[in-house]
Design a protein around this ligand. Structure first.
Ligand SMILES: NC(=[NH2+])NCCC[C@H](N)C(=O)O
Length: 335
């Protein structure tokens, strides 16, 4: 019999046919994702059982916020080099900030949520605690955005490395002149998400995200945020598949009308608690929310059967973001 000498003859056809390609099941098939990437990464909505979040501890650079930088007009301490702002006249109480942050992390871990930490960045990255913004997640993986202001540009690389090191697929990256921040992205249905364009999220960022999401069967609807409002997650939060909490003084009417068209009932924050929408759902009708919005919390628990887990988080809000801004879901149950 003729022996094949593979260093002289190409023998491929004889066995690659047997070892043939397996394009299907496709990447996003749940069994395929689990077998190839270790688990069912990503999330189809913002209310499914939360399994894993991305966080980063408050920047040590907040120690550089100086009292003599108070800007009367803006009501905040503002860095002359534009690397930070901190609302009010007082410098950050770092002990309080860190203690409140640690309590928030414990509340998550006590509720069996895995916390994946991105590493500390250089001191100029004073807003890097807000891991909501450098990326978005959908079923199957993450899409890395592109942050708008110079004070945040560069967080993307460390987020990419952290997500990849966790073993999660990266499905795309916003490039070119696109600006897209995760705080302005909201999943409301497995096939529908919203993106608020703003001073931080431009039409080109929308165009790129919409194109990537189309591949995954998700339609991205654009709404324009009013004034200088930076992110859609200040306007509304999903509490259940068909229930959202909104702040009608911030949310574009057009956006609320589209929620109603999707069959989503909206309830409103107490008007004295403008920040109250920025909370994190652990599951359907179960949320973590800062404890200084008692009126809205009462509306949720007494009238809508939402379980509210309060955390003290007020110091962090002076940096311009709350509990939703401080987390990005890497995994929620989806099917
Ligand atoms: N998802 C959010 N709403 N993030 C808030 C980030 C706010 C932060 N002060 C910034 O300017 O970047």
């Amino acid at each position: 019999m003729h022996e094949i000498d593979s260093t002289l003859e190409i023998s491929d056809g004889k066995f690659h046919r047997l070892l043939g390609p397996e394009a299907l099941p496709a990447f996003g098939d749940t069994g395929e994702l689990e077998a190839t990437w270790g688990r069912r990464w990503g999330a189809a909505d913002e209310v499914g059982r939360l399994r894993s979040v991305l966080m980063r501890r408050p920047s040590q650079g907040l120690a550089n916020v100086r009292a003599n930088t108070y800007n009367e007009e803006l009501g905040a301490l503002v860095d002359p080099e534009l690397r930070w702002y901190w609302t009010g006249r007082d410098t950050p109480d770092l002990d309080l900030l860190n203690a409140q942050y640690d309590d928030f992390v414990s509340t998550l871990t006590r509720n069996d949520v895995e916390v994946v930490f991105a590493p500390e960045l250089p001191a100029t990255f004073t807003k890097s605690v807000y891991t909501r913004d450098p990326l978005i997640t959908i079923p199957g993986g993450a899409i890395i955005g592109r942050l708008a202001p110079r004070m945040r540009r560069g967080e993307e690389q460390s987020i990419t490395a952290t997500v990849a090191a966790a073993g999660m697929p990266i499905l795309g990256t916003v490039t070119g002149s696109g600006l897209a921040e995760g705080g302005s992205f909201q999943k409301v249905r497995p096939d529908t998400a919203f993106f608020g364009t703003s001073v931080r999220c431009n039409p080109e960022g929308y165009r790129q995200l919409a194109r990537i999401l189309e591949e995954f069967g998700i339609t991205l609807k654009r709404v324009t945020l009013p004034g200088y409002l930076i992110h859609l997650d200040m306007c509304a939060v999903m509490l259940d598949d068909d229930l959202a909490l909104v702040n009608p003084r911030l949310a574009p009417y057009d956006y609320m009308a589209q929620l109603w068209d999707l069959g989503i009932e909206t309830i409103e924050v107490d008007p004295r608690e403008e920040w109250a929408c920025n909370m994190l759902a652990l599951d359907r009708r179960k949320v973590i929310m800062p404890d200084h919005f008692p009126r809205t919390a009462e509306i949720l628990s007494d009238r809508h059967d939402v379980e509210v887990l309060p955390v003290a988080y007020r110091e962090m809000l002076k940096n311009g973001g709350s509990v939703h801004c401080s987390t990005m879901e890497l995994q929620r149950d989806w099917s």
